[in-house]
Design a protein around this ligand. Structure first.
Ligand code: ADP
Length: 518
């Protein structure tokens, strides 16, 4: 067997493999179809780039990220590895000349977008080539249960198996829940024992959730305390990015913006300024970051909540790639959730997908509401178990936990008495004995739980419902109008078999409105 360590050093100059790489590479060289699940920044590219050098024929890389192909090909070129890409950005002549380079066997790697496979002509071209390895990047796109399903991924899967050169297949992804993982294996026909998974734990990240704070004031004071550190601030719309950038700029911080509405030149300049430390902070939409490899990012702040835990973890994971302590902070507000609902409603997906997107969003919301360790919550989401991290904002929360079992029982029994057919607003209205006209037609005032929590604010009850949902005592259906039901654990609480503790609420200062003078 080839000495892969010395090959790594010869071709890429690295001293040793990172976790998972060696195993994947050796499996691939033995011709085993494999799946590699490694977190962002772990070094997935080497897993096909090194075999590409060692195998006699061609390595085909299927990637949805057209914008990154050129960068990858350029950096391979700099390392002396001949590679090219074919995608819709090239004219016919250029495509033809690249295809003939490939045919002449002058290249080791060919990058293509999955849509290429729709052309029979392209498939014939591939069939004529000595392809040894097909690497499927962002392999989670093949699963309907992933956060980024792409139908074109379904199309090429069976075609790869038909290639006469019978290449080995390597699927790679950074994000896969257990369901997505098994989907990838099934659809690409990869055996369980050929899955290499390194775990999602990022020990050097400190997670923090801030709810209902004055976001601008928070960011400003955070940046003051972290002068000189490089960081990314993600916001969900271009408008929000522009406004925050100009606010921070006026406040004297070294900041640049990045979003798809800026010209390509401007985006490139801003990105480079950030990469080379000429600018300390980049404020960006999620268009920023794919393939960005800056190791000394000390913090990632989400000014708005992403729509899924996958996206959140991938973006937050851009902090601390050098292994040094770094912060991942989510500024959570219900307004962001409304915006996310709007995004889902406006999307062109069918009802099934929308329901799925709502479910992912609920899990994101539950992350913001949980009182358990944040790192552990994320690991569990991806099917990993772990210890409490001891440093996230929940682990270090010193508020005393009080027994709220009785309060919880009131909520749970009200949900049951209302037939498990209503959402959070209706349940909290019934519990607080609201005289809402809409409710009257249902005659809820006849329920024994009507007004059981009279005297409490509806908002407080509604937050208690959020808490019970994120801790798994209540289930919530997906859809635009989510309906609450009591889970198995919730039933245990109702029967008095389980107690619930919640951290004492601290009186929260009302969010300040930002003034121009700030
Ligand atoms: P991913 O695709 O998993 O997010 P990349 O393949 O882009 O990660 O790799 C991230 C960075 O780590 C790149 O700069 C890459 O050159 C570097 N890298 C990969 N493997 C090693 C290694 N064994 N030793 C040192 N650096 C590595």
């Amino acid at each position: 067997m080839i000495n892969t360590e010395s090959a790594l050093k010869d071709y890429f100059g690295y001293e040793s493999f990172r976790q998972g790489q060696k195993e994947i590479i050796e499996q691939v060289l033995e011709g085993k179809d494999s799946l590699g699940i490694l977190p962002t920044g772990a070094g997935k590219s080497i897993c096909y780039q090194l075999p590409a050098q060692l195998l006699p024929g061609l390595t085909l890389v299927i990637s949805p990220l057209i914008s990154l192909m050129k960068d990858q090909v350029d950096s391979l070129g700099q390392a002396g590895i001949p590679a090219t890409f074919l995608n819709s950005s090239l004219d016919e002549e250029e495509t033809r000349s690249r295809m003939s380079l490939v045919r002449r066997g002058e290249l080791k790697l060919l990058f293509v977008a999955p849509e290429r496979f729709q052309s029979g002509y392209f498939f014939d071209f591939l069939s004529s080539l000595p392809i040894d390895l097909v690497a499927v990047d962002e392999a989670h796109c093949i699963s309907q249960w992933g956060h980024d399903f792409r139908p074109s991924y379904m199309d090429f899967a069976p075609l790869i198996k038909q290639l006469p050169s019978q290449p080995t297949l390597l699927a790679l992804t950074a994000t896969a829940t257990p369901q997505v993982e098994s989907d990838i294996r099934q659809l690409l026909d990869i055996r369980l024992e050929n899955t290499v998974k390194t775990g999602f734990l990022r020990e050097n990240l400190r997670f923090e959730v801030k709810k209902n704070v004055d976001k601008r004031a928070f960011v400003k004071s955070y940046l003051k305390e972290h002068q000189g550190d490089a960081g990314i601030i993600y916001a969900s719309t271009r408008k929000e990015v522009d406004e925050l950038t100009s606010y921070l700029d006026k406040s004297g911080f070294s900041v640049a913006a990045y979003h798809a509405g800026l010209s390509e030149a401007r985006r490139r300049d801003n990105q480079e300024a950030f990469l080379f430390d000429d600018v300390q902070i980049i404020v960006a939409t999620n268009a920023f970051g794919m393939g960005i490899n800056k190791s000394n990012v000390r913090f990632v702040i989400h000014y708005n909540s992403p729509g899924t835990i996958e996206n959140y973890y991938q973006e937050a994971g851009r902090a601390g790639r050098d292994g040094l302590d770094s912060d991942a902070i989510l500024l959570f507000s219900l307004n962001d959730m409304r915006l996310r609902h709007f995004f889902i409603e406006q999307s062109e997906s069918d009802e099934g997908h929308k329901a799925h997107d709502y479910k992912m969003l609920q899990q994101m919301q539950a992350y913001a509401n949980t009182e358990t360790c944040l790192q552990r919550y994320i690991l569990r989401y991806f099917g990993d178990e772990g210890e409490d991290c001891g440093k996230c904002s929940n682990c270090t929360d010193e508020r005393v936990a009080t027994d709220i079992t009785v309060e919880a029982q009131k909520v749970l029994s009200c949900v049951i008495r209302m037939g498990e057919r209503f959402g959070k607003t209706a349940v909290s209205q019934v519990l607080t004995g609201s005289k809402n006209k809409k409710l009257e037609s249902w005659h809820f005032e006849e329920l024994s739980t009507f007004g059981l929590m009279k005297g409490q604010k509806q908002k407080a009850v509604s937050e208690l419902i959020d808490f019970l949902t994120s801790e798994g005592y209540l289930n919530i259906s997906s859809g635009q109008f989510p309906v609450l039901s009591v889970s198995i654990n919730g039933k245990k609480v109702l029967k008095g078999e389980q107690e619930i503790y919640r951290r004492e609420l601290i009186a929260q200062a009302p969010a300040k409105t930002t003034t121009a003078s700030e």
